[in-house]
Design a protein around this ligand. Structure first.
Ligand SMILES: [Zn+2]
Length: 76
C-alpha cells in the first residue's frame, strides 16, 4: 500500500476536464477500488481515492472534500 500525494491544479475550465466532486452528504472518498495505491489531497492530505490502480485515474480531476482544492494524478 502506498499513499501518493496528488498535484494541486487550478480549477479546470468547464468542458476541459472530467471533474469528480464529492456530494455534500456523500462519501468523502470519491473512488474506492481494489488496487494498491491510495491518493491523497496534495493540500490537506485527505484520502480521495482509496485502493485504485494508477491507470484507472488518467485524465480525471478530483475536488477535495476537505479543502476544495482541485487535484490530479501526477504523470497522467
Ligand atoms: Zn484537500
Amino acid at each position: 500500500m502506498a499513499n501518493i500525494q496528488m498535484e494541486i491544479i487550478p480549477e479546470p475550465k468547464q468542458g476541459t476536464a472530467a471533474v469528480l466532486i464529492p456530494g455534500e452528504n456523500g462519501p468523502q472518498v470519491i473512488l474506492k477500488g481494489k488496487g494498491k495505491n491510495t491518493y491523497i489531497c496534495g493540500c490537506c492530505r485527505m484520502p480521495i481515492c482509496e485502493n485504485v490502480q494508477h491507470g484507472q485515474l488518467a485524465n480525471l480531476v478530483f475536488k477535495c472534500f476537505g479543502c476544495g482544492s482541485f487535484n490530479r494524478i501526477r504523470g497522467t
